[in-house]
Design a protein. Structure first.
Length: 145
């Protein structure tokens, strides 16, 4: 299953479980391999997480522990979160705008827009991403990943 177009944590959770079972792994063996709590694995496999708060490193480690591509559990927004600085930088270059001007484009404060470029783990919400950046992100992913 290609999760890139998936819009539900539940479906990604199902994909996680299927991936683990396909490789004859138990939840306990995964937790030992990637050093997270069993409750964390259970929560994700049951779809009890949000895309905006998902632990990207854990999802990458989970897929790698199963011997699969590290982004195989990422949907487009999760890939955007992982590469937001690069995608946003390419977006402003393509559209010939500055970081400060991006605030107007996205309808947010200058401070918030600049935080997306300058602070770790800060990026637009999924709603804003869907409204303004999804199409560009999909094209960026096809070129770069």
């Amino acid at each position: 299953m290609d999760c890139r177009s998936v819009t539900s944590p539940e479906i990604i959770g199902q994909a996680m479980t299927a991936m683990r079972l396909r490789h004859s792994l138990t939840a306990v063996s995964i937790t030992e391999k990637i050093q997270v709590n069993t409750s964390t694995i259970s929560r994700y496999e049951n779809g009890h997480f949000t895309f905006e708060q998902a632990d990207l490193d854990m999802l990458e480690s989970y897929a790698a522990a199963c011997g699969e591509d590290r982004y195989s559990l990422f949907n487009y927004y999760l890939i955007f979160r992982k590469f937001s600085k690069q995608i946003l930088s390419d977006y402003i270059i393509k559209n010939n705008i500055t970081k400060s001007d991006s605030a107007k484009v996205f309808g947010v404060s200058k401070t918030l827009a600049l935080n997306w470029f300058n602070k770790e783990n800060r990026c637009p919400s999924m709603k804003l991403w869907e409204d303004k950046l999804k199409e560009f992100t999909v094209e960026w992913i096809e070129r770069n990943i």
